[in-house]
Design a protein around this ligand. Structure first.
Ligand code: ADP
Ligand code: MG
Length: 453
């Protein structure tokens, strides 16, 4: 590897790319203001951009809830089947198994997907010796797509996201579809609750930390939930004198493209995604998309003959080939010749040869995309704090997802942006806590609350 310095042309080309990903303090403030406005629209009427879906989870968790429940988690990388025992005192035990959902199942008929899930539950029960029980097992179904709920265990799928696209599901009640599969296969399980993963994460963290105010997912996808007074929810026709967790479905924010600082690299990725022009905020923040945005920026510099001497590879040319996890590895690469970065580019992605300048440029692009994601990801939290008048108060946010867990400095970059928007005094009262894989526990807690009623 030659240790050439970046040429002037390379520096100029790189700076242009990096600048396109920068988000100023003023822009952050504009985004937060718009976000509060969009939240209000979503609470006012059906059909707003941010759906603001009442979850039918009302009341707080005390940590003293007890009992045994099953939980399912569909909508991330794997299907998880869990058996959770709530012990009280904020303690629980969990047994769980992961199953791979094939691309074929993700985009085939919904009935095949439901039958697959039922088979996984069946084999889990058999393997864990729980199937002989005569009693119906109550299950919390974490289904992490936009569902318009009509009760705690009824909800119609609004649209698919995150690469799922099964036929025969949009507009249908997804609990009934899965319950039908259980019935056909004689599996003695009742779906007591349908749960969004953000709501599950909130409840799971609240089991030990009852003051938790928000649940956020930053993994494959991006979404959040928080407690709202139902008297503030004009579209809600039920009891107003209560608080309820609202599934924001905030990944859909600004699909009108008014305030988000979209680049040509974002637009290219969006155009080639399954859900074009939808989930634009999610697409700038979530793990599924950051690698692809970075790949587009890299290829732009290749095409300008500023990277890899103008050469790409079959692998690098393939959509989605640049994984977001590579960005984490590249960002922490502090070796003098950036050899980990070189390894990813040359050995994993088969780029013919890279100079130190090439590696530095790729690293700078990853950093720009990663920092922008974290800065934008803080906006919805600042907006919720403003909307619920919690700025300046203690505010605990439970966050699940590999992006938040593993991406270098993600939390610090979120905090810095929040400090710019709300001031350091207010920021210092906000806790971003990692709540790993909470949705299983959360769904079990919600199934328990539902079974109690
Ligand atoms: P899910 O959201 O599917 O339930 P995760 O929270 O594990 O599961 O998120 C998986 C996503 O996180 C992957 O799509 C990937 O984009 C991203 N990811 C996985 N590992 C890393 C990593 N080391 N650094 C950054 N992002 C990662
Ligand atoms: Mg998850």
């Amino acid at each position: 590897m030659s240790t050439t310095k970046m040429t002037e042309a390379q520096t100029a080309g790189l700076n242009k790319v990096v600048d396109s990903f920068s988000v100023s303090t003023d822009r952050l403030k504009v985004i937060v203001d718009q976000f509060v406005e969009e939240m209000e629209k979503g609470l006012d009427h059906q059909g707003a951009t941010i759906a603001m879906i009442p979850s039918f989870v009302s009341g707080r968790c005390t940590g003293d809830e007890k009992g045994s429940f099953m939980a399912l988690d569909l909508g991330g990388t794997n299907l998880r089947v869990c058996h959770v025992t709530l012990l009280g005192g904020g303690e629980h035990t969990i047994r769980q198994q992961k199953y791979v959902v094939s691309e074929e199942l993700k985009t085939g008929p919904m009935r095949h997907l439901c039958d697959f899930i039922a088979d996984c539950v069946d084999s889990f029960l058999t393997e864990n010796g729980t199937s002989s029980s005569q009693e119906t097992i109550q299950l919390g179904y974490t289904f992490s797509f936009p569902v318009l709920q009509t009760s705690i265990n009824r909800g119609v799928l609004k649209q698919w996201t995150k690469g799922f696209n099964c036929s025969g599901a949009v507009g249908k009640d997804v609990t009934i579809l899965l319950q039908d599969s259980f019935r056909r296969k004689n599996i003695n399980v009742n779906i007591a609750a349908i749960v969004n993963d953000t709501v599950g994460t909130l409840m799971a963290y609240a089991y030990k930390h009852p003051e938790t105010a928000m649940g956020v997912i930053m993994g494959t996808g991006f979404n959040a939930s928080y407690y709202e007074q139902m008297g503030n929810v004009n579209k809600w026709t039920g009891e107003k004198e209560q608080e309820m967790v609202i599934n924001m479905e905030c990944g859909a924010f600004d699909c009108e493209r008014r305030v988000l600082p979209l680049t040509v690299y974002d637009n290219k990725m969006d155009r080639e995604s399954i859900n074009v022009h939808q989930q634009l905020y999610e697409k700038m923040v979530a793990g599924m998309y950051l690698g692809e945005i970075t790949r587009n920026a890299i290829l732009d510099l290749v095409d300008q003959q500023l990277l890899f001497n103008g050469h790409s590879s079959k692998e690098l040319n393939a959509m989605w080939s640049f994984e977001t996890a590579y960005m984490s590895t590249i960002e922490v690469d502090n070796t003098s010749d950036l050899c980990d970065t070189g390894h990813i580019l040359e050995s994993v992605l088969n780029v013919p040869a890279t100079t130190l300048a090439d590696r530095q440029m790729v690293k700078a692009i990853c950093n720009a995309v990663g920092v922008r994601a974290a800065r934008l990801a803080s906006c919805h939290i600042a907006a919720v704090m403003r909307k619920t008048k919690k700025v300046g108060e203690q505010f605990t946010v439970a966050i699940d997802g590999s992006l938040f867990e593993f991406y270098p400095n993600f939390e610090e970059n979120m905090a810095a942006a929040m400090s710019e928007v709300l001031g350091e005094q207010a920021r210092s009262k906000v806790c971003f806590d990692l709540a790993r894989d909470g949705s299983g526990l959360g769904a079990a807690i919600i199934a328990m609350m539902a079974a109690k009623h």
